[in-house]
Design a protein around this ligand. Structure first.
Ligand code: 3HC
Length: 311
């Protein structure tokens, strides 16, 4: 019996059809999706912290409004993604518990501190830029609710990327001190951004299944290479230097050669030992605990509405 279901599942993948929550799916496909989508949701929500840190110190009212809107968008992305994960049969409480107890991963990039306003520019330009590079393909991922969530997320991320590049442009074409601040931010965020794409293909345990099941359509290394190719000319326009002595155009491959990030540092960060891992988890736990009354009030209100409908 299962063989028939499996054949139908394979047939759908081969035809580029999407898999929906009520369709039969192999247990490992379901688990793989819960892992990836929930990590993605946690990344959006934890990603609000380093940027939220600058809302009160944004240099103008306009910059403050734009940053507020951006941070709010990230919270929304988390919600769409948690909902997509829930459609695979896991509860929001289980997902949040895994984040709060440190069991679940979230993007390594959000364990680095935002020391200056230029870091907000670098996050938008580089981090959101890398996120889009990775997420455009996810609009065509094989699981319907994830693919649909990604359409809106990509549109918003592309606005975030422009917001960051605008901040960098103002600083890079500003006073010498502002330009230095922009260069310093690029120096600190370049390699952590390259790590966002995940380990090299040869060391990526999940990639084979992800590609086979059309969850990912391109590999970690392919996307990293494309990001470098696209970003170098943007840095050149700003008059900033990418902090990599080995960066060199390679005519034969029609792309840049570049240095590998420090993979030992990456492993430390994803296992809880980055510069801000402890702060991030404490902040998320505090926000969750302090929001208990909001959840209780929303549940009581929902119950009242249900009772009045039933009456
Ligand atoms: N940070 C933390 N963990 C990472 C990571 C990173 N940058 N890159 C890889 N890992 C983890 C994986 O989760 C996996 O751990 P697990 O097996 O315990 O789950 C392990 O390292 C090995 O990596 P793989 O390459 O085998 O894992 P994947 O095939 O899942 O590839 C990925 C990793 C490219 C991040 C992929 O999961 C993915 O495309 N995820 C969806 C996009 C996403 O999560 N983006 C987060 C970016 S931040 C963001 O979007 C917020 C925005 O506002 C900027």
């Amino acid at each position: 019996m299962e063989t028939n279901f499996e054949a139908r599942f394979e047939e759908k993948l081969a035809k580029n059809d999407v898999i929906e929550p009520k369709d039969w799916m192999p247990e490992n496909y379901r688990k793989h999706l819960i892992r990836q989508i929930s990590q993605h949701a946690h990344s959006e929500v934890v990603g609000m912290l380093p940027e939220g840190n600058w809302i009160t110190r944004a240099p103008s009212l306009r910059a403050k409004l734009v940053l507020l809107a951006k941070v709010q968008d990230e919270g929304g992305h988390g919600l769409y993604l948690y909902t997509a994960a829930e459609s695979l049969g896991i509860s929001r409480d289980e997902l949040l518990d895994a984040l709060h107890t440190g069991k679940a991963k979230y993007s390594s990039i959000f364990n680095y501190p935002t020391l200056t306003w230029a870091d907000i520019g670098a996050i938008g330009w580089l981090v959101d830029g890398a996120a889009i590079m990775n997420q455009v393909m996810l609009q065509r991922t094989s699981y319907g609710p994830y693919a649909r969530a990604m359409v809106r997320i990509c549109k918003e991320e592309s606005f975030h990327q422009r917001q960051g590049y605008e901040v960098m442009t103002k600083l890079a074409f500003g006073t010498p001190e502002q330009k230095e601040m922009a260069q310093d931010a690029l120096n600190r965020w370049w390699f952590p951004t390259l790590m966002m794409f995940g380990p090299p293909d040869a060391e990526s345990p999940n990639s084979d299944n992800a590609i086979k099941w059309r969850i990912k359509r391109e590999s970690n290394d392919q996307l990293r290479q494309r990001f470098v190719n696209q970003t170098v000319s943007q840095a050149e326009y700003l008059g900033l230097t990418v902090p990599d002595k080995n960066l060199k155009w390679n005519e034969a491959k029609q792309g840049y050669d570049f240095s590998e990030p420090n993979w030992a540092e990456f492993k430390a960060v994803i296992h809880g030992n980055g510069p801000c891992n402890k702060d991030r988890l404490e902040a998320r736990n505090k926000a969750h605990n302090e929001g208990e009354w909001v959840r209780a009030a929303a549940a009581a209100y929902a119950q009242k509405i249900n009772e009045s409908i039933a009456a």
